[in-house]
Ligand binder design. Structure first.
Ligand SMILES: Nc1ncnc2c1ncn2[C@@H]1O[C@H](COP(=O)(O)OP(=O)(O)O)[C@@H](O)[C@H]1O
Ligand SMILES: [Mg+2]
Length: 293
């Protein structure tokens, strides 16, 4: 779904030209949640915007949703962008639009979705993130966590094949951040989306099938840890992670559970923060499919 082969990136020109990404190789499969961590300035956002077709790939090969993005036409970039849901730290909601309008307007770019369908889908998605009572509010009337949930609804309303999130929990408290992270994971698992989440937030390591590390523009798999193994479908198979999702501490929805989108959102709204296991229980093994440069 996402495949990078020897991708490098430079900013600037002439004397100010500077390489910030070196020979990155990785792939992300459908349904896989990959976390990208690393120090500030190491190139994480640059990589994410390249994957997201928000800037042109300069070298190597960048295949996203079956399209080569290096030297791609603007039509190709736009087409790929349409199938990606972006979630940013700064949610970039439009202050002059209501919550419902913010989500609905994101569907305007989809030629195949008419206005009534867009409206219905926006309402459903906002319901799924627990905001059905806030449809007519404006962003400034919501808390930070609620605003970020609107941003998630907006990103996911178009049923993207890929979710790209850049520090989505950075401005959120631990409970809300946990909710946001789980929602991303859940969509990836239910819809078979690939998700790449840039984060410094140790608290959300648990949502990852795999962790990549960026350092000085070089991408590597995070160091292996003994405590977490991944079962079939990439679901964490330590006991905390496979406990039934009843809301007890340590629980986490299993991919195979037929937990409905909406009911799960409600459950997350009430129990997830308590269900966040200690991050150290989620050391991530090194995995194939990634190499640094
Ligand atoms: N548009 C840009 N023009 C020039 N340099 C940039 C630009 N965006 C980011 N950089 C530089 O590239 C490096 C990587 O930035 P970034 O990808 O934002 O890192 P991270 O997301 O890991 O903090 C930093 O040194 C940053 O200053
Ligand atoms: Mg960044």
């Amino acid at each position: 779904m996402i495949r990078l082969d020897h991708v490098s990136h430079m900013y600037g020109a002439g004397g100010t030209r500077r390489q910030v990404l070196f020979d990155a190789c990785a792939h992300v499969a459908p349904g896989e949640v990959v976390l990208l961590t690393g120090p500030s300035g190491s190139g994480k956002s640059t990589l994410l915007t390249l994957i997201g077709a928000l800037r042109a790939a300069q070298t190597g090969s960048m295949q996203v949703l079956g399209r080569e993005l290096r030297a791609a036409s603007s039509d190709t970039l736009i087409e790929v962008r349409r199938r990606i849901g972006y979630i940013f730290q700064k949610h970039n909601l439009l202050e002059c639009l209501s919550v419902l309008q913010n989500v609905q307007v994101s569907l305007a770019a989809h030629d195949d979705i008419d206005r009534p369908t867009a409206r219905r889908r926006a309402i459903d998605m906002l319901d799924a993130v627990g905001l059905s009572a806030y449809l007519d509010r404006y962003p400034r009337q919501l808390s930070g966590g609620q605003q970020q949930r609107v941003a998630i609804a907006r990103a996911l309303a178009g049923r993207p094949r890929i979710i790209l999130a850049d520090e989505p929990t950075a401005s959120l408290d631990s409970a809300t951040g946990g909710e946001v992270a789980m929602r991303i994971r859940e969509l990836a698992k239910q819809e078979g989306c690939a998700a790449v989440v840039v984060t410094h937030d140790q608290r959300i390591l648990r949502i990852a099938d795999r962790v990549l590390q960026m350092e000085d523009g070089r991408l590597t798999a995070a160091p292996p840890g003994p405590e977490k193994t991944l079962g079939a479908h990439g679901v964490a198979s330590n006991s905390a992670a496979t406990a039934p999702s009843t809301g007890v501490p340590g629980s986490m929805p299993n991919r195979r559970q037929t937990v409905g989108w909406i009911s799960t959102a409600r459950m997350l709204g009430t129990c997830l923060p308590a269900g966040m296991p200690a991050p150290q229980a989620y050391k991530i093994p090194s995995t194939p499919g990634v190499s640094g440069g």
